[in-house]
Each structure stands twice: as structure tokens, then as C-alpha cells.
Ligand binder design. Structure first.
Ligand code: URA
Length: 449
């Protein structure tokens, strides 16, 4: 037996028997608490391929159904963070990381992080891909031809040092356990679970090396957390894990009942991002950008006063500095900036269909339904190996509370498949509700933890 094998046996021996995945699955299935060693055994052996996808799927489903204690969630997070490299970014000073728990039309990272970099905050950020009906920042970045999300760690560090920002996808060896589990959860309907989301996000934040973390905890129909109570619970778990790992953590709970902004889908959201940075930002997006950005500035030591920070951010956008920083980032990572200068260059979907409704007030735009329709149109993955259609998605021109007339185009569907457009035409009628009574707009910021 090699030394490594011997160590493995010593670590994972219980009484006279070596641990095995069947007992671990059965224990969680029977609602018992897993030990630190059992969780570490699962993560180590799933990451290195000794545990099959179907066994991991069974355990994940048991966790989804039966939950985890705070201790189990913490052990799971640490084991996932330690499944690969843990970066040390201390040479870069205070690095504030931002992460969203996912949403529909959520392009906040793409807009906010160049603003933060333009205001002198060091931005070294790894983003995920689409999960379930929610979109992923890394996929959206790749809608700009040439943009490389998978650069080496060395290039990532150099970009941060030289231009103050780099946005990439998770490197191959950063929390590899999360990479596998994230893709698996997506295909077995196990996305909306507090311990699984908290461990997924916080393992990446711990491994990615930032020393402060601002979390956008989305809440509502288009989020994994459907109500404020659940969002507060998830926030508390993540904050506690962050603080245990020595990272000051702030959670901003934001409204995700209707899609954020107007665009849902990869290149459509990228165009909205570019327009926002040029000063044409939808009001709901602006509210979230200002709130999260103000807390990032505070954690980075750039301003204690949240309201003053908001003014700084608005000035940064209006002066063109934020857009300039965005262009610098895109160019540095190989993206064709002519697409930013002229967004007409983005490839258009072959089929487009305008949708009208009866006259009245919009009382509901169901973000989850819109996310699923966009996914079906080709904007997301149904199986983990699916290829995304960058041009597919939906533009919803109106927001809840708006009055619409008969001839108003409320939504436009985009796809390269005629059949998918036909399916979506029926589905979108179920996603948007019209009433004859006036409807108030909803608040975007629901709480700070
Ligand atoms: N974002 C993540 O990184 N992980 C999740 O599980 C959900 C959102």
C-alpha cells in the first residue's frame, strides 16, 4: 500500500470498516447528520472520479430533501473550497468579491464591476455559467466574440494588477468539487436548496481569495429563494460561513419577482449592459447597482456613507469612466470591442416575434416563467453538455405597473428555431398578467444583513 493510500485508509476508517458512499447516502436518506469525515470523503472521492454521478445525484437529492445542519453546511463548504487551489490575493490589497444567488436578466456583475474598478476597487472575480432557469455571467461575457473567460491564473493576476479588473470563469482547479456538483444539480432539479447554494457560493468565495464579500441574495419568483424568510435564512448561513473563514460578508436581499432590466438571454443582456454603462440603465437595474456598489465601496474602505457612495457611482457612469474601464477589460481579455461601440454587430436570431396583449396595467411578469421560456428558446442549458444559443432570449419592454395600450409591443421573442418560437408564443401569455386596476411598482431592495 502506498503512503497516500495508507493516509486515505487511516482518515476514512470507522471502527474496522472503511467508509463507503452507500452508507453515506443511506445515512442522509434516513435524515441523520453526516460527520465532517463523511462529507470530506464524499467531496474528495466525487472530485477524483471514484464516486459515480448517479451516487452523487442520490446523495445530493437526499440533502435537498432532508437539509443539512449549520455544521454540516460549513464542513461541506470547507471541503469544497479545499477540493482544489485556494488562491492568495493578499498581494493585491483589499479585494472585494461580489456574487449573486442567481436570477433572470441578472447582468449586475457585468455592469457593476467595471464601475467599481473605475472607482479604484480591485476586482478579481470568477463567475459561473447558467444554472437552471437563471443565466450565468461567464456565458454572457462569451457573447462578445473573442472574449476569453478561461485565462490562466497568471494572466488573471496580471490583468488585475495592470488594469484593476479581471472577470473570468472558475479556473479548472478552483473549487472543482463545486464545478461538478453545480453542473449535476442543474440536471437533477436540485438547485434551490439553502445548504447546496450556500456551500456552492461560499466555497468559491473562500477559494478565490478575496478578503471581503458582498452577496446579492435574490428573492422572488425568478430566484431560488421564493420569499424573504428563505432569503434571510440563506443570507444568515452564508454570512456565518464567510465570517468563520475570516471574510467580512454583507448580504443585500434584492427583488427578483420580475426579470431584472428588459433583456433575458446572453447577447441581449450584453447589449443592455453596454447601453447601461453608456448611461442608459433601466431604473430597477440602477437601484440594485447603486445599493450593491455602495456596500462594495464601504467594504473596500472607499467611503463610509452609503448615500454619498451612490452619488459617486452615478458620477462615474455619467462621466464615461465606467464604460471606458469596461472597454479596457473586454480588450484585455481578447474581446472584439467594435461590438461594444456598435451593438448592431451582435448576431441576430433568425426568428423574432413581437407579442402584444390586451389593454391594461401589467400586474405580474413571472420571472421564473420568463427564464424558462428564454432557456427553451435556446438561451440556457437543459442538459449539462448543451450548447447555448447566444442570440436567443426575450426582451420584455414593459415593467410591472406600466399601462399598456393594445398596439404596444410588450415582448419580443428571439430564437434560431421556428418551433421554439411557436412554443414560446403560447407560454409567454401565461407569464405576463394584465389587470384593469392600477398596480404599484415593487421595491428592489428588501433588506441588508
Ligand atoms: N450561484 C452559485 O454559485 N451556486 C448556486 O448554487 C447558486 C447560485
Amino acid at each position: 500500500m502506498s503512503i497516500a493510500q495508507k493516509k486515505f485508509y487511516e482518515k476514512y476508517k470507522i471502527e474496522d470498516k472503511i467508509m463507503n458512499i452507500l452508507d453515506i447516502i443511506a445515512k442522509k436518506r434516513d435524515k441523520k447528520e453526516l460527520s465532517k469525515e463523511e462529507i470530506e470523503y464524499f467531496i474528495e472521492n466525487y472530485t477524483n472520479g471514484n464516486i459515480a454521478d448517479y451516487q452523487a445525484a442520490a446523495l445530493i437529492m437526499a440533502i435537498y430533501l432532508n437539509g443539512m445542519t449549520k455544521e454540516e453546511t460549513t464542513h461541506l463548504t470547507i471541503a469544497m473550497a479545499n477540493s482544489g487551489d485556494v488562491l492568495d490575493l493578499s498581494e493585491l490589497g483589499i479585494v472585494v468579491d461580489k456574487h449573486s444567488t442567481g436570477g433572470v436578466g441578472d447582468k449586475i456583475t457585468l455592469i457593476l464591476m467595471p464601475i467599481m474598478a473605475a472607482l479604484g476597487v480591485v476586482v478579481a472575480k470568477m463567475s459561473g455559467r447558467g444554472l437552471g432557469f437563471t443565466g450565468g455571467t461567464a456565458d454572457k461575457l462569451e457573447s462578445i466574440p473573442g472574449y476569453r473567460t478561461n485565462i490562466s491564473e497568471e494572466e488573471f493576476r496580471n490583468n488585475v494588477k495592470e488594469i484593476g479588473i479581471s472577470l473570468i470563469t472558475q479556473t479548472a482547479n478552483l473549487a472543482p468539487a463545486d464545478k461538478k456538483l453545480y453542473a449535476l444539480r442543474d440536471t437533477i432539479s436540485c438547485t434551490d436548496s439553502i445548504p447546496l447554494i450556500a456551500s456552492s457560493i461560499m466555497s468559491k468565495k473562500i477559494a478565490a481569495g478575496a478578503n471581503k464579500v458582498v452577496l446579492d441574495v435574490t428573492c422572488g419568483r425568478g430566484a431560488f429563494m421564493k420569499n424573504k424568510e428563505e432569503a434571510v435564512k440563506l443570507s444568515n448561513v452564508m454570512k456565518q460561513i464567510g465570517e468563520l473563514a475570516g471574510k467580512e460578508t454583507i448580504c443585500v436581499i434584492t427583488n427578483m419577482n420580475e426579470p431584472l432590466g428588459n433583456a433575458v438571454g446572453n447577447s441581449l443582456e450584453m447589449i443592455e449592459t453596454i447601453n447601461s454603462l453608456k448611461g442608459n440603465m433601466p431604473e430597477d437595474v440602477k437601484e440594485v447597482v447603486l445599493e450593491l456598489g455602495s456596500y462594495i465601496l464601504k467594504l473596500a474602505g472607499k467611503g463610509e456613507d452609503i448615500e454619498k457612495n451612490k452619488i459617486e457611482i452615478e458620477n462615474c457612469i455619467n462621466s464615461g469612466k465606467a464604460y471606458k474601464k469596461f472597454i479596457e477589460l473586454i480588450q484585455r481579455q481578447g474581446g472584439d470591442i467594435s461590438y461594444c461601440e456598435n451593438t448592431e454587430k451582435f448576431e441576430k436570431a433568425r426568428y423574432q416575434e413581437s407579442i402584444i396583449f390586451e389593454e391594461g396595467y401589467i400586474s405580474k411578469i413571472d420571472a421564473e416563467k420568463i427564464g424558462k421560456i428564454a432557456c427553451n428558446l435556446g438561451a440556457g442549458r437543459i442538459k449539462k453538455e448543451d450548447k447555448i444559443d447566444m442570440s436567443a432570449g426575450i426582451i420584455v419592454n414593459k415593467k410591472v405597473g406600466d399601462y399598456i395600450k393594445k398596439e404596444d409591443i410588450v415582448a419580443i421573442l428571439y430564437s434560431n428555431s421556428k418551433e421554439k418560437i411557436e412554443e414560446a408564443r403560447e407560454m409567454i401569455k401565461q407569464a405576463i398578467t394584465i389587470t384593469d386596476k392600477k398596480v404599484e411598482k415593487e421595491k428592489m431592495i428588501l433588506g441588508i444583513i
